[in-house]
Design a protein around this ligand. Structure first.
Ligand code: SF4
Length: 225
């Protein structure tokens, strides 16, 4: 396996430049050449290459050069619509949390206004009781004895597969439920909203606040505790 890969702790971050060989001794740009070369062959598939090319153009178009300097210009929702158009997609799927139905509705309007055919599916589709996956009475949000539908990301994915959507857009699926959706979805998946019940669906705020009011996020604890 070699030295542990820890880009997140890198003090050089030269991989974006011509000095890419000047990274730390454990820099994967140097130590993982074989893996990188093998991975690169995936871009030889014309569909994958075009997807990567359009994504890179989307990245480029995210900035505008103003007299005062390079300036970001597109909110993510704009970028999702622009990227889907670049790819020539006509039919888009929204997989949303039941707690973000308003957001799903607004997103639908934004995409339909641009000519897309939009299919949307709520996480509780099927109304399957949580008992089906082994949830106990004590583990129900509304308390013992209540009827609670399970979040059903596999059905969400299979329904959107069945509908033949060309791009899936996630709107606030829970941690883990999003993983299952991504695992079962056939078309590519992009995330518009990552659920964060505390920080208004801005999970990065937890990181920004970990040096201040949310210092507890940096506490040490073992995997067993
Ligand atoms: S790829 Fe190398 S230079 Fe780039 S962040 Fe990782 S360790 Fe640093």
């Amino acid at each position: 396996m070699g030295e542990k890969i820890e880009c997140a702790k890198c003090t050089k971050v030269v991989c974006y430049s011509r000095a890419f060989l000047e990274g730390p001794p454990n820099c994967p740009t140097k130590t993982k050449r074989e893996v990188i070369e093998q991975a690169l062959t995936e871009y030889d598939d014309p569909e994958t290459k075009e997807f990567a090319r359009q994504a890179s153009i989307q990245e480029f178009e995210g900035y505008i050069n103003l007299p005062e300097g390079s300036t970001p210009r597109n909110p993510r929702v704009e970028e999702v619509a622009q990227f889907a158009k670049k790819m020539g997609y006509k039919k888009l799927g929204i997989a949303s949390c039941i707690g973000l139905m308003d957001e799903a509705k607004t997103l639908t309007a934004i995409l339909e206004n641009r000519g897309f055919d939009v299919v949307s599916i709520c996480c509780k589709v099927g109304a399957i009781p949580k008992e089906r996956i082994g949830i106990t009475e004590e583990q129900k949000i509304e308390g013992p004895g209540s009827f609670e539908s399970m979040c059903n990301p596999i059905s969400q994915a299979e329904i959107l597969n069945n509908e033949g959507v060309e791009l899936n857009i996630l709107v606030g699926l829970c941690v883990g439920h999003d993983s299952l959706f991504i695992k079962y979805a056939r078309a590519p998946v992009t995330v518009l909203i990552a659920k964060d019940r505390v920080f208004g669906h801005n999970p990065a705020m937890g990181l920004y606040q970990s040096g201040a009011y949310y210092r507890k996020l940096l506490r040490k604890e073992s995997l067993d505790s």
